[in-house]
Ligand binder design. Structure first.
Ligand SMILES: [Zn+2]
Length: 494
């Protein structure tokens, strides 16, 4: 089966969170973040993951290098780039060569639909633009790639000159493109226009059609759904709608709408209950404050203000909810169900390798502890390591492997240089260690002092190093006295 071959009625989900999404304001992913996200997206069941543009930055090349050593269960990885330069051969174009060298099963290239862009931006002729599209697709096909062709400004271009727009898509089709995607790049189209233009493309092209929309006037998802109704079977978007300007078509909204409202299949049905968790994980890794008003998964999506009797409210609520929030892993807010909490913990604990059932006596203690910490501002969505330690200690009633008895950190500045020094007293069993270290700042100095103390007791820690470190203000209204949440990622050599 070739990547993306059609299963009847299935809408293929093409995720561009790592490329278009990372262009969103305040969103920044390290290479390690991107690999971690790709694994989660694959587990969720998206069909394509666009990893980045190898021709645009070294970080994206590094991502594709890292991805070569991983196997994805369901998703096909796509490298993104553009058609060849004007007046050159596709095989001589370094940007196109990097796309081939990324060694992904899928390559997506964008090309110009709109004559305005052909003339003013590319400063070339309409004919050369058509040749650039056809040649580049052909070259990528000759390397055995599944080729997705993104027609940039498809709708604006069509409105300006329908025949030329169609000619560009036909050029991609002649080159052998497997999917032709119509992009509302500027995000200003409305559903009626989308339907008309997708229908006219459907009538004239034989390739599968896809849709890529932006949310500039709040219609990103509506426009994608309109295109699907008109015959597109491949949809591009980002989770939580991250993306340039106000963002892309949000897959977090689109996927459950396809499943529960339009009865169209996309990702595996059992993934839908994990949607809220995935959305929270991405916010955490992107270091973005979760939007409570996000449709389907936001904390306000199923929250009801009301102080009436619980039983009466429960009856009434059904009439105020369009679906059961559990379908997307969300919960109703006035009635945080103890049962739902328990089954979430059981599911998560099993995933982390613990043998836990609803009969496990310490389950209640784990749940209590998680709830207490979450109330204080901790967040476990992206912190599996911390959650695993919490479950393990609560289940086995294990004493902590070490304790920090005392620490001190001092910082001096003479106006130009800053010196930071930390001392730490650590105890493990009956043994003690007392260490001193310098650092660039208090966290760095404490990290070094603690590390050198712990290595005495646990030499394996020598191989562990910090791979990522993110700080988030939890209650910003308290200014510099605010609580902060720190997400730390460490790794060993393996
Ligand atoms: Zn885009």
């Amino acid at each position: 089966m070739t990547p993306g071959s059609n299963v009847a009625e299935r809408i293929d989900i093409y995720d561009t969170t790592l490329r278009d999404g990372s262009q969103g304001q305040g969103v920044s992913f390290s290479t390690a973040d991107k690999l971690r996200i790709a694994e989660r997206l694959d587990a969720f069941g998206v069909h394509y993951i666009e990893g980045g543009w190898p021709g645009s930055n070294p970080k994206d090349i590094e991502f594709f290098e890292g991805a070569k050593h991983r196997t994805f269960r369901c998703a096909k990885l796509a490298a993104f780039g553009s058609t060849r330069r004007k007046g050159a051969r596709a095989s001589d174009d370094s940007q196109v060569r990097l796309l081939v060298e990324a060694e992904t099963p899928v390559v997506t290239i964008f090309g110009k639909t709109w004559l305005l862009h052909v003339r003013e931006v590319l400063q070339t002729t309409p004919e050369e633009n058509l040749a650039m599209i056809e040649d580049t697709v052909k070259l990528l096909k000759s390397h055995g790639r599944f080729v997705v062709y993104d027609g940039e400004h498809a709708f604006d271009g069509y409105k300006d000159d329908p025949e030329y727009a169609l000619a560009t898509w036909k050029a991609a089709e002649r080159g052998g493109a497997d999917i032709v995607v119509l992009c509302d790049t500027n995000g200003g189209s409305v559903p009626g226009e989308i339907v008309d233009i997708v229908r006219s493309a459907r009538a004239r092209l034989t390739a599968r059609l896809g849709i890529h929309t932006h949310d500039d006037i709040g219609l990103g998802v509506a426009n994608a759904l309109a295109a699907i109704e008109a015959g597109a079977t491949h949809v591009q978007g980002t989770f939580n709608g991250y993306g340039e300007r106000v963002g892309n078509c949000s897959l977090t909204t689109l996927i459950p709408t396809l499943e529960f409202k339009l009865k169209k299949k996309s990702v595996p049905s059992q993934s839908l209950a994990l949607l809220k968790e995935l959305s929270g994980f991405l916010d955490e890794v992107a270091n973005v404050r979760p939007n409570p008003r996000l449709p389907w998964v936001g904390s306000a999506a199923f929250s009801h203000k009301g102080g009436t009797h619980v039983n009466a409210v429960q009856k009434l609520l059904r009439s105020y909810e369009h679906v059961d929030p559990a379908l997307v892993g969300n919960t109703r807010h006035v009635l945080i169900s103890e049962l739902a909490g328990r089954s979430n913990i059981i599911m998560k604990a099993r995933e982390l390798g613990f043998d836990v059932t609803k009969e496990t006596p310490r389950l209640e203690a784990i749940l209590k502890r998680v709830k207490k910490l979450e109330h204080e501002g901790y967040e476990f969505e992206a912190a599996d390591g911390s959650l695993a330690l919490l479950i393990r200690r609560t289940l086995k009633e294990e004493p902590p492997p070490f304790s920090v008895d005392a620490y001190h950190v001092s910082m001096r500045s003479d106006g130009s240089a800053t010196v930071c020094e930390a001392t730490v007293k650590v105890r493990a069993g009956n043994e003690h260690a007392h260490t001193v270290a310098d650092g660039d700042g208090p966290v760095n100095a404490l990290d070094r002092a603690l590390r050198s103390a712990l290595i005495k007791f646990y030499p394996d820690l020598e191989a562990m190093h910090l791979t990522d470190y993110k700080v988030r203000i939890v209650d910003s209204s308290r200014g510099t006295a605010a609580k902060t949440r720190v997400l730390i990622e460490s790794s060993d050599e393996t």
